[in-house]
Design a protein around this ligand. Structure first.
Ligand code: FAQ
Length: 311
């Protein structure tokens, strides 16, 4: 046992990857399953806010782009569930935990998408925040998760660019009404995007442990700051004002200062009381129930195929 622990510690210390068949402490396995499952659930629930606009996209080109993006999110979810399975988690159980409200998904997907500008702002800010958070996770200590992140980040980067390009079009070549839609969407999504990075470091129960295990490479506040610094010049190029009067460059810190985040809002949303939590869960539950016949048919087909191969 001491040998196994020592081997694990050395793997982490040397920045090598922990692989599915390696021994790992129970706490590490539990933490990995929690984070990967929450991440997978976020991708799957995250299809809903933008998916609602597929039938109302303003052109064939926008519809094709949005369809591709939402399909990517489904792919990311499935990919991540596979990574959780390498740790011994059961995908059916994970889905049940989600639809029974026993496992979390990102707070950001509990806000409504009111206009098509929201599709652009989700791409720009939400995927932008996701990239900021996930690029360092390509070096996460658990091999299957780190490798999944590499592909996912490439696709997230396309998602971010399509959102920014959509907003650029609306701001630079659109009507005054379209510019107003963008400004309104930015006002509504800015603060929730900052909350995606999780609670502040001094109120984050998991950060210290996850940093020591190199599951997380940066703290929640470090990544939040990186996101703000990255986004401010992009907002300037777009010609939109971020809704924070305290946002300004601080030459001494070499970073932007920003206003206080309303952490009670994050708590409310995480605990199920955001604007769309009930709707998101109802849609997910209905999709699961409607899909029961597909799962049964696939299982019956697999049974038949294995009976034939045994003959
Ligand atoms: N929402 O101690 P910490 C996407 C939970 S991107 C809900 O700081 P940790 C792409 C936290 O899980 C979004 N819950 O936790 C996309 C923990 O829960 P517990 C998904 C939150 O793990 C774009 C508790 O609070 N990305 O889907 C949130 O060290 C567009 C205490 O927090 C990922 O999941 C929150 N915002 O750090 C798709 C990235 N923040 O233990 C569609 C991977 C915290 O009580 C469209 N995950 N919690 O059950 C991570 O990097 C980390 O898990 C953090 C949280 C940074 C999210």
């Amino acid at each position: 046992m001491a040998d196994l622990q020592e081997h694990f510690d050395r793997t982490i210390e040397r920045d090598q990857r922990v692989e599915p068949r390696d021994w790992m402490p129970d706490g590490y396995r539990k933490t990995m399953i929690r984070q990967i499952a929450q991440h997978a659930h976020s991708e799957i629930i995250g299809m809903q806010p933008e998916g609602a606009w597929i039938t109302r996209a303003p052109s064939l080109r926008r519809k094709a782009i949005l369809l591709a993006k939402v399909q990517d999110e489904a792919g990311h979810g499935l990919y991540l569930y596979c990574a959780a399975e390498t740790l011994g988690a059961d995908r059916t159980e994970l889905t049940e935990m989600l639809i029974e409200g026993r496992q979390k998904y990102s707070s950001i997907f509990n806000y409504p998408t009111l206009t098509y500008a929201d599709v652009g702002v989700i791409g720009w800010l939400v995927d932008g925040a996701a990239i900021c958070n996930q690029v360092p996770l390509c070096r996460s200590s658990y091999g299957p998760y780190a490798r999944a992140m590499i592909r996912i980040c490439k696709e997230e980067s396309f998602h971010q660019r399509q959102g920014y390009e959509l907003l650029m079009t609306m701001m630079k070549r659109g009507t005054e009404a379209q510019r107003a839609m963008v400004r309104d969407a930015v006002d509504r999504w800015w603060w929730p995007s900052l909350m995606m990075f999780g609670p502040p470091d001094d109120a984050s129960p998991n950060t210290a442990r996850s940093m020591a295990w190199k599951i997380k490479r940066h703290t929640n506040d470090e990544l939040r700051q990186r996101f703000v610094d990255m986004t401010v010049p992009q907002a300037e190029a777009l010609g939109v004002t971020l809704p924070d009067p305290e946002l300004r460059w601080n030459p001494e810190r070499g970073h932007h200062d920003f206003g206080a985040i309303d952490w009670s809002e994050l708590q409310r949303v995480i605990s199920g009381n955001g604007p769309c939590n009930a709707e998101r869960m109802a849609v997910r539950r209905a999709a699961h129930e409607d899909g029961a016949w597909v799962r049964e048919a696939a299982a019956a087909h697999a049974r038949k195929a294995s009976a034939v191969s045994r003959q």
